[in-house]
Design a binder for this molecule. Structure first.
Ligand SMILES: [Zn+2]
Length: 160
């Protein structure tokens, strides 16, 4: 999906409640919480109707996150069973604002370019509980990346 399509991004209340609970769990456990966003992705809109928590498999899970291919597959099955699709990923920071950290840029966004190209189009990042600024920020993938280059992410309006 190209950014030029300018989809609206909506997070439904039930999904938001699940997300907040999953964020609290992760913060309490001392790891970055992360997982998948389930919903419907159409040309002009992305609607997140459910949130699924995944296991953070990063080697330093307190400051970065990694979702495995197995997690992705499980999320796709879960979505299909609900008549939905995987429309994005989410994760929460234990320190700092709701914007891609250096670990995000170095790791998730560039270390695995193949995965990055295949990742869903939407990413939600939650800020640390004590961080200034919005508690949650949406990012939409700009292009699909190309050989040796990861896609970039553009901050996006999020509708409740
Ligand atoms: Zn991050």
């Amino acid at each position: 999906m190209e950014v030029t399509t300018r989809p609206t991004v909506q997070l439904l209340p039930a999904a938001q409640a699940t997300l907040r609970a999953a964020l609290d769990d992760g913060i309490r456990d001392g790891v970055e919480p992360c997982g998948y966003l389930l919903g419907q992705h159409e040309a002009a809109s992305i609607q997140v109707t459910a949130v699924r928590a995944g296991r953070n498999r990063h080697a330093q899970p307190h400051s970065a996150f990694h979702l495995t291919a197995d997690e992705h597959l499980a999320a796709r099955r879960d979505a299909a069973a609900r008549g939905l699709g995987v429309v994005g990923i989410w994760h929460g920071h234990r320190r700092g604002a709701a914007e891609p950290s250096q670990a995000d840029r170095d790791g998730m966004l560039s270390e695995h370019p193949v995965l990055a190209r295949r990742m869903p189009a939407l990413m939600l990042i939650a800020a640390a509980p004590d961080a200034p600024g919005p508690w949650l920020q949406a990012y939409v993938r700009d292009g699909v990346g190309s050989r040796g280059r990861s896609p970039s992410w553009v901050a996006w309006d999020l509708e409740a």
